[in-house]
Design a protein around this ligand. Structure first.
Ligand code: GDD
Ligand code: MN
Length: 363
């Protein structure tokens, strides 16, 4: 075999081989016990923070959704922190709060937009809850006992942060979104069972308030505030886990799906670049090393392999390329390839603009 064909084949083998190997390891971790002592009746004071920027379409329903939770009402306070929305979000929230004084809703209006992390830090500064929960305005908690389930995991002193599994409200183009989430959830759960997952979900992320304060709150210089704080808590030696019985439904944008995926990938890349794997507790180290590699480096092997095979232009090289193209007919492969392209586009975009304040997309 000529060297270029061999190089292309080797790059392709590494690109697909590493995640498959990691997934196989994850499946083994999935079979291990949790080693977490849950407290089903644990009901600490909880603060829920909803950051909003132009969420007039969602805010009332979101507040209703939390109000429907069966959590003891006097143990729950809700902050809406609005960053100078121009669509009347804050007024709507205020009117809702006046109509339901027993919901303990505080609406904070920031004079100017400084980003999501800054807004949730404002809530954290005066939060009275022992547990601090963040949630996006445009997502839903389909379980009435979502909060109780979330805090039951935090009853264990080794657990510092808990997040939900995610289900998309819509399929996304060609079923890509749903296909992506199945395998993604398996990985999150497996990592959580082993020790901690470095990827958290802002749709429902619950932290021990004391630990959040210890790490200085949510980071202002990168996106992925949810994942980065959870990972910092894990680096301190606590578990940061996806709960197996906690679900969120997230809205998928009608327009600009690709832009949305790229922005979120940008934030994850910023998070992994900033996270030192060497400082992780031993069971977390392989998880962080693998996820850092899979997000930061592995995607680039795919175009590199394709380029080498095109340049080689030998019959085996062309056969490999044709097989790669034909495989696009299969959804899991298509989903995978799309994710690689989003990560590559995100790395390039990060050089120019970190997208710490993004345009509100219609959902
Ligand atoms: N107060 C405030 N100020 N809130 C903001 C700002 C801001 O500048 N920017 C966004 N938000 C709010 C939105 O109103 C929404 O409630 C939440 O932050 C998430 O923003 P979306 O526009 O809905 O983004 P998403 O659906 O892609 O969110 C996901 O990705 C983000 C990172 O890219 C979630 O996982 C978020 O939790 C995550 O931060
Ligand atoms: Mn959203």
């Amino acid at each position: 075999m000529d060297p270029l064909t061999a190089l292309g084949a080797a790059l392709a083998a590494a690109h697909f081989g590493t995640p498959i190997t990691y997934y196989a390891a994850a499946k083994r971790w999935l079979k291990t016990p949790w080693r977490v002592k849950r407290g089903p009746s644990y009901a600490p004071a909880v603060t829920v923070a909803i950051p909003t920027y132009n969420e007039a379409r969602h805010i009332e329903e979101k507040l209703e959704d939390i109000y429907r939770q069966d959590y003891p009402r006097d143990r729950l306070e809700i902050f809406v922190v609005d960053s100078a929305s121009s669509d009347g979000t804050a007024e709507k929230a205020r009117r809702w709060a006046q109509a339901r004084p027993d919901a303990y809703v505080k609406v904070v209006e920031e004079p100017e937009r400084r980003g999501k992390a800054s807004a949730i830090n404002t809530a954290l500064a005066t939060a009275r809850g022992e547990v601090f929960v963040i949630t996006d305005a445009d997502c839903r908690w389909p379980q009435r006992d979502a909060l109780r389930r979330a805090v039951s995991w935090l009853a264990d002193p080794t657990v510092g942060a808990v997040t939900c599994l995610k289900r998309p409200a819509a399929e996304g183009p060609a079923g890509v979104e749903a296909g992506y989430r199945d395998r993604y959830n398996v990985l999150r759960l497996a990592e959580s069972k082993k020790w901690a997952t470095p990827i958290f979900h802002g749709e429902l992320a619950a932290y021990k308030t004391e630990l959040l304060r210890k790490i200085g709150g949510f980071p202002l210089d990168i996106g992925a505030d949810d994942s980065h704080t959870a990972t910092q808590i894990a680096l301190m030696g606590y578990r940061a886990i996806v709960a197996e019985d906690l679900w969120c439904v997230e809205a998928v944008p009608h327009n600009g799906y690709h832009r949305w995926r790229i922005r979120r990938a940008q934030h994850l890349l910023q998070h992994f670049l900033k996270t030192p794997a060497a400082e992780a507790p031993p069971p977390m180290r392989p998880i962080l090393l693998a996820e850092k590699y899979l997000h930061l480096a592995n995607p680039w092997l795919l175009p590199a392999a394709a380029a080498a095979l095109v340049a080689a232009a030998t019959p085996p090289a062309l056969a490999l390329l044709a097989a790669g193209a034909a495989a696009l007919a299969f959804r899991p492969y298509r989903t995978w390839a799309a994710a690689q392209l989003y990560l590559i586009a995100a790395a390039v975009k990060n050089l120019k603009n970190k997208e710490l304040m993004w345009e509100k997309q219609d959902k």
